[in-house]
Design a protein around this ligand. Structure first.
Ligand code: NA7
Length: 547
């Protein structure tokens, strides 16, 4: 494989956009395993993706650290050498981990930092992608891989008067690297998703007063974070072969699976004990206690009520407890945050909860936040308002396919992909954890590795067969979308106004963006497609190479 450098146009075998988990591993596979010329374009000035940008107080992973990392597929030695300090790693530690990966596999020399992609057009005559950056550079590559993460375009609601605020405003997803000192400040926090739930207890310890603006309460699950002891670390390392094998076959990419029993098939007392046991373990285990929580409303309600009661037990003021107890959507139909002391925060006398579902935010004023009930004067506003998930960043890349159509135009009525990896009309484009793949409904590194390995295997096959172009057929794509929709319809997930269905972004097409068929099942489907010579794709031989 070759790389030609000219003053105007750098030609590569593959371009990757993004240097988080996906981009780093993709570069490793492309360059170190396949020997291709490859370059990663990254907007930030360092690696890390999500873990580079989300530096807000309390930022922490909700998957256990020892399986929120690269597996033995990357390196057994690194697994043995790297020791996580906490059960759920904080942002600085995960960033250090990714920096270590970049250094250890000598990845930085093929990453172009501070480089924002503004357009990517398929050049059909030459059979390559032409990629433009904000600084006016242009690159050409036969293959384009998006590794942009699922949560990388921030959602900053268009509140009237937003820019008139006299104090400081922050979005959690673009947090200042030098940190923020809230000591003695009156702080407004808008948003109580996974991010707000992590941030609020931290800021409350520092600020003079915190006013939390909550639109939808969530079913927050006890995190149960704790330091990793040397014994635990050794046990995990000894168990790694089984742990990784499990993560690859379970529904959510965790080393534990959903129990094979329905919620209503066990007596109430036993069910409560099962919930209690899962609650005590902490983390997402509560969601795997019964196999019908996501399928059956009555089953779901048993878990929902268990969690509401946990809130009632922990919050002193019964009125505030009821404000915090979700009643408008089933459990796990919005991403449940993991919390460490979140509910007790509302027992502090410097924390106020405002229900903006009842009295919506009307405007941001120079002095603070105005709702239908009055104005809240503050010194700082923290927007913990989430992301234009899964498609926001893909659309910003300005990807234009074979017929001149942009991806945003093609997906105006919702994503249409084959396996969440590729889309008809866009040859030689691969999306790591794209819409309609398990992605955010799974432990991300497991799904990332699966996609990257699948793409690397595909590229090897194309090279061996002398294939220059690969593109899914419209029929295969239609089939996948139909399957995706069918699986979705069997679940309760469409019932909530979640970012999983795009409901948090005004005007965004409503459909379930991730695939809910399960990590193990999905892997089997992808492997089968590959085993059948990339069934559902059109493979064209190298007519272009000679051109
Ligand atoms: P989320 O989960 O999208 O949470 C955003 C929060 O902001 C949520 O409570 C929203 O309420 C709230 N929000 C958004 N827009 C508004 C407006 N216009 N007015 C009032 N409140 C608003 O984002 P996170 O960053 O917390 O978490 C994202 C993922 O990162 C998380 O799920 C993990 O996977 C990691 P809503 O619920 O929409 O009513």
């Amino acid at each position: 494989m070759s790389e030609t450098v000219s003053t105007d146009l750098r030609e590569l075998d593959a371009l990757v956009v993004g240097a988080g988990f996906s981009g780093l591993y993709m570069l490793h596979r492309l360059r170190n395993t396949l020997g291709m010329s490859a370059l990663v374009l990254e907007a930030a000035d360092d690696v890390g993706g999500t873990w580079y940008w989300n530096r807000y107080p309390g930022a922490r992973c909700d998957s256990e650290s020892y399986f929120y990392s690269f597996s033995d597929r990357l390196s057994e030695d690194l697994l043995e050498e790297w020791t996580w300090s906490e059960r759920f790693a904080g942002q600085p530690e995960i960033l250090r981990y990714l920096q270590t990966v970049a250094d250890r596999f000598d990845l930085r020399r093929d990453i172009r930092f501070r480089t924002t992609v503004t357009a990517a057009s398929w050049d059909d005559d030459a059979g390559r992608w032409l990629v433009d950056t904000r600084d006016g550079e242009r690159f050409a590559a036969r293959f384009l891989v998006t590794a942009v993460g699922c949560l990388s375009t921030t959602n900053l609601p268009e509140f009237p008067g937003r820019d008139s605020f006299r104090g400081d405003s922050f979005h959690t997803g673009l947090w200042p690297h030098e940190g923020v000192d809230f000591t003695g400040k009156r702080v407004a926090v808008i948003g109580t998703g996974a991010t707000g739930v992590q941030l609020i207890p931290e800021v409350a310890q520092e600020a003079a007063h915190v006013t939390v603006f909550q639109r939808t309460p969530n079913y927050d699950i006890a995190g149960g974070n704790h330091p990793v002891t040397p014994d635990f670390d050794r046990k995990i390392k000894d168990d790694y072969p089984q742990i990784w094998a499990r993560t690859r076959e379970t529904a959510f990419g965790f080393p534990y699976d959903v129990a094979d029993r329905t919620a209503l098939s066990v007596p109430e007392e036993e069910r409560r004990e099962i919930f209690e046991e899962a609650w005590a373990k902490g983390g997402f285990r509560l969601g795997t206690t019964f196999n019908d929580l996501l399928l059956d409303e009555d089953a779901n309600e048993t878990a929902a009520e268990f969690l509401r009661n946990k809130i009632r037990e922990r919050v002193d003021d019964p009125e505030i407890a009821e404000m915090l107890a979700p009643k408008d959507h089933p459990f796990f139909t919005k991403r449940p945050p993991l919390e460490n002391g979140y509910y007790e925060t509302y027992n502090r006398d410097n924390v106020t909860l405002v229900d903006v579902n009842k009295s919506p935010i009307e405007a941001i004023t120079p002095a603070g936040v105005r709702t239908a009930d009055g104005e809240y004067e503050v010194d700082s506003i923290v927007y913990a308002t989430g992301f234009d998930a899964m498609t926001g960043t893909l659309f910003k890349l300005g990807i234009r396919g074979r017929d001149g159509l942009t991806l945003a135009e093609k997906w105006a009525e919702g994503p249409r992909s084959y396996l969440g990896i590729a889309t008809h009309g866009f040859p030689n484009l691969f999306m790591i954890t794209g819409p309609q793949s398990p992605s955010v409904l799974s432990n991300m590194p497991v799904s990332i590795e699966q996609h990257v390995d699948w793409v690397a295997g595909c590229l090897r096959h194309l090279r061996e067969q002398g294939v220059a172009r690969i593109e899914p057929t419209r029929e295969a794509e239609d089939g996948w979308v139909a399957h995706h929709d069918e699986v979705t319809a069997t679940t309760l997930l469409p019932r909530a106004n979640s970012w999983w269905v795009g409901a948090n972004i005004p005007g965004k097409h409503r459909s379930l963006y991730p695939y809910v068929g399960g990590v193990g099942t999905y892997r089997g489907i992808c492997d089968d497609v590959a085993a059948k010579g990339y069934e559902g794709f059109t493979l064209s031989r190298a007519d272009v190479a000679a051109a």
